[in-house]
Design a binder for this molecule. Structure first.
Ligand SMILES: Nc1ncnc2c1ncn2[C@@H]1O[C@H](COP(=O)(O)OP(=O)(O)O)[C@@H](O)[C@H]1O
Ligand SMILES: [Mg+2]
Length: 333
């Protein structure tokens, strides 16, 4: 993996929530705990993991809806971790978000024209040029210009998500975070929207942080993949590496659960039980109670993300002792 032209660089990002259940009972929920990754210009990083693994919290802390409690976020080399006021506003233009539910980004009382127009105002485009630009953006997401007069409630799910994408594109972002953006769409519509996102990336060079619990979607979209488990990255590598040669037992189990991405002949691992509560994780490796390969060490010490001799990053004692750990290599790609 290359170190060059990293657009977004996330170092040791943590988001801990303090949950108070009574005067003497408060717990620290480590929703995101020491996450490190990079996204190069024009590339897509996919994040996968079961529900509750911290994917949305990573997304929300990047756009600073939720403040990180630790770590640093660099955009194009500048520290953007705790911006305020005008600089935060400018930063938000550069990093846009598309949610699973379009109503999170579209106001039901605003016409498509006004929703996109609002974003254009943020980007400083003079009003007289709004109509033609709205039309252009609708064309860009393969929607007819006549849709501009409609309201979100008058659109199909696929159309609404295309409008959300058009609205995100209106401010010329450098990176778009898609958090389960196609999860609610029918399979055929989903494929169309994924292809649209790829076309847009090809034409504009925008980077994506693409979050999906669906591995076939990620395999289709992502150049790099990070697999999260209880707030931490447990495997990180190129999409080809991770999908064709998963190393972490958790990744293997996730992939085995999806028939379309299973390579023939590989032993099927079953993912038993539920992921642990991030407010009360097991000792040692948080995956050990569900892991078919766990050894004594796994119950005692938590494995850090290390790089194997092949250059893949994995947080697993068993894999790292089997595949060697090259201590001279950086953990990040
Ligand atoms: N505001 C919050 N306060 C307390 N806990 C939270 C908050 N937001 C998220 N969490 C917890 O953080 C964990 C990760 O959640 P989330 O990022 O939504 O996971 P994912 O998107 O992977 O399903 C969950 O256990 C969730 O309950
Ligand atoms: Mg989520």
């Amino acid at each position: 993996m290359t170190q060059t032209s990293s657009l977004l660089s996330v170092r040791d990002l943590s988001v801990h929530f303090r949950l108070r259940r009574g005067p003497k009972d408060s717990r620290n929920v480590r929703a995101v705990d020491g996450v490190t990754f990079e996204i190069a210009k024009g590339q897509t990083l996919g994040i996968a993991g079961e529900s509750g693994s911290g994917k949305s919290t990573v997304a929300r802390s990047l756009v600073q809806i939720t403040r990180p409690t630790g770590g640093t976020i660099y955009l194009d080399g500048s520290d953007v971790t705790s911006l305020k006021g005008r600089r935060l506003k400018e930063f938000r233009r550069r990093m846009q978000m598309v949610f699973q539910d379009p109503y999170d980004s579209l106001d039901p009382r605003m016409s498509v024209r006004d929703a996109i127009g609002e974003a254009l105002s943020v980007s400083g485009l003079p009003r007289p040029r709004h109509d033609e630009t709205v039309e252009e953006l609708l064309r860009r997401v393969n929607l007819p210009a006549s849709l501009a007069r409609r309201y979100p409630g008058q659109l199909s799910g696929g159309q609404r998500q295309r409008v959300s994408i058009a609205r995100a594109l209106a401010v010329n972002p450098e990176i778009i975070i898609c958090d389960e953006a196609v999860a609610a769409l029918d399979v055929s519509i989903r494929a169309q929207v994924l292809n649209l996102l790829k076309d847009i990336q090809h034409d504009t060079g925008v980077a994506y942080l693409f979050i999906s619990h669906d591995l076939s979607t990620l395999r289709f979209m992502a150049d790099q993949v990070a697999i999260m488990y209880v707030g931490r990255v447990v495997e990180y590598g190129t999409s080809d590496e991770v999908f064709s040669r998963p190393l972490h037992p958790y990744t293997k189990a996730l992939i085995a659960a999806v028939p379309s991405v299973t390579t023939r002949g590989r032993t099927r691992l079953k993912l038993n039980g539920e992921p642990p509560d991030p407010g009360n994780p097991p000792s040692g490796c948080p995956f050990h109670p569900r892991c078919p390969e766990a050894v004594d060490q796994c119950r005692l010490t938590r494995p850090e993300l290390g790089t194997t001799n092949e250059g893949q990053s994995v947080a697993c004692h068993v894999v790292l002792s089997r595949h060697g750990r090259d201590a001279t290599r950086q953990v990040s790609p």
